[in-house]
Design a protein around this ligand. Structure first.
Ligand code: NAD
Length: 276
């Protein structure tokens, strides 16, 4: 832990977070020790655009999962990163998560690489709207639907039987009646170029890279580790289990993000955390 604190003390770090940063808030990851065994088949963007059935399945499952996803609270790891930023040890957070928990914990400089599930976008007119407003409209035409109980899966998703999905009435864009999508980067599509460039610029300006709770199996996040390596930055990884970049790491801490980051913030006297 002390080594990690020392590494952060020597240069303002950019932090790359993944699903493992939010498991302690009750949002499952994809590739953790428990989740890896669970079958998962998230919808690809091409299928979502082409198939009304795929969209029905997506929105039906999202309707049941939304309240629990939205109500998840930041954990100690999110709070510690916000405190480390306020104290000058962290310059920014690049997150692969779509749960908004870094911003809610008080992190100011956050790049949400994959967007956030809190907004929808119309494939027709491009209108962006609130997911909460959509939920109210959905429930008005699908009474009692959110009560279908099921275990929360990553990305605010839940498993639902086909006969329940078949009864779901799919919402349309309130502005133009067009097809709605979540305002996130879905599987099979690329992160917008300007967002990637902003994230690269953060890595280039940082004194170190800290990876928290990501297997780095997805290239979307892994490329920033490669960039940091090319630039000769120290790379620290806090994760439960292996990651794709373990061979590039200067320092690896095996542990829960909430506990490790809280200790590091305390060791550095980062405000809020140290005072608790
Ligand atoms: P991942 O599931 O591939 O890897 C998560 C890693 O975190 C695993 O190695 C796991 O063992 C580790 N982990 C789990 N709990 C931890 C903890 N408490 N402390 C430290 N490590 C912990 O996730 P990824 O690399 O982020 O890639 C998955 C993709 O899915 C991302 O692109 C992301 O957009 C999306 N996703 C987002 C959320 C979210 O918004 N919270 C949740 C699931 C998936």
């Amino acid at each position: 832990m002390l080594e990690l604190a020392e590494l952060l003390a020597h240069g303002r770090a950019v932090v790359l977070t993944g699903a493992g940063c939010s498991t302690e808030s009750g949002i499952p990851d994809y590739r953790g020790p428990l989740s890896r065994a669970r079958p998962r088949n998230p919808v690809q963007i091409q299928e979502f655009v082409r198939s009304p059935d795929a969209r029905r399945r997506f929105w039906a499952r999202s309707t049941v999962g939304w309240a629990r996803f939205r109500d998840a609270q930041p954990n100690g790891g999110h709070r510690a990163l916000a405190a480390l930023e306020a104290a000058g040890f962290v310059r920014s957070v690049i997150t692969q998560n779509v749960d908004r928990l870094h911003a809610r914990a008080g992190s100011g400089a956050v790049i949400e690489l994959h967007g956030a599930l809190h907004r929808t976008r119309c494939l027709g007119c491009g209108d962006r709207a609130s997911r909460d407003d959509l939920q109210a409209r959905i429930l008005a035409s699908n009474r009692g639907f959110a009560a279908h109980g099921a275990r929360l899966a990553p990305d605010g998703d839940v498993d639902l039987p086909d006969e329940v999905v078949a009864r779901f009435e799919v919402p349309a864009c309130a502005a133009c009646g067009g097809v709605l999508r979540p305002d996130v980067v879905m599987f099979g599509e690329a992160v917008p170029r300007d967002r990637v460039e902003r994230a690269f610029a953060e890595v280039d300006a940082a004194g170190a890279l800290l990876v928290v709770g990501s297997s780095l199996a997805v290239f979307s996040g892994y490329r920033f580790v490669l960039r940091a390596h090319e630039r000769g930055l120290p790379i620290a990884i806090v994760n439960l289990g292996e990651t794709r970049a373990d061979g590039l790491a200067t320092l690896r801490v095996e542990g829960r993000a909430g506990e490790v980051l809280t200790s590091v913030a305390r060791a550095l006297g980062a405000g809020g955390i140290a005072a608790e």
